[in-house]
Design a protein around this ligand. Structure first.
Ligand code: FE2
Ligand code: FE2
Length: 168
């Protein structure tokens, strides 16, 4: 696009931009999760991060299918929001010396990531429906369901043990 034209003119453009945003975000998440796996002490939490890393790799493939259905090349655009969430989580994790407290911090950081993803997928699903692309809803919904399930599992781990151990 030229210097004096706006890149996003239509709802289709906005949909594509948001798809590129979450594509970039998912890729950044696959780079961040291995560090979170390393830092986690609780074995269930560690395993949960491993499972979600595998899911995230599938989510990236699912996004590539959506790009394909739109006749577009998969491409990311910088997403300062996810970069900020990941940067802040790395900062906090670097500052926490106690292992149990670190687990609580990692869960909090991971839930910030999940909630960001949930807003993006929720929006994309609503827009796909509005644009008459109900064919794109199923893959996006599958991923949204995984993000929600991950968020729930994290809440369960935090409330059933991790927060209590961190506070004792
Ligand atoms: Fe994801
Ligand atoms: Fe996720």
């Amino acid at each position: 696009m030229g210097l004096f034209t706006k890149d996003i003119a239509t709802m289709d453009d906005l949909f594509l931009h948001t798809l590129q945003d979450i594509y970039y975000a998912e890729k950044q998440i696959t780079k961040a999760l291995p560090q979170m796996i390393d830092k986690a002490s609780d074995s269930q939490l560690k395993q949960g991060f491993k499972t979600h890393l595998a899911e995230t790799n599938e989510q990236i493939k699912r996004l590539e299918q959506v790009f394909k259905a739109l006749g577009k090349e998969p491409k990311g655009v910088d997403c300062p929001a996810i970069d900020g969430i990941i940067e802040e989580s790395n900062d906090i994790a670097g500052d926490v010396s106690d292992k149990q407290v670190l687990d609580a911090a990692l869960i909090a950081a991971a839930q910030a990531v999940e909630h960001y993803e949930m807003t993006r997928y929720g929006t994309l699903i609503a827009w796909a429906q509005q644009l008459g692309r109900s064919d794109l809803v199923a893959p996006l919904q599958k991923t949204l369901d995984e993000e929600k399930a991950t968020d729930k599992k994290l809440t369960m781990m935090a409330e059933s043990k991790v927060n209590r151990r961190a506070a004792s």
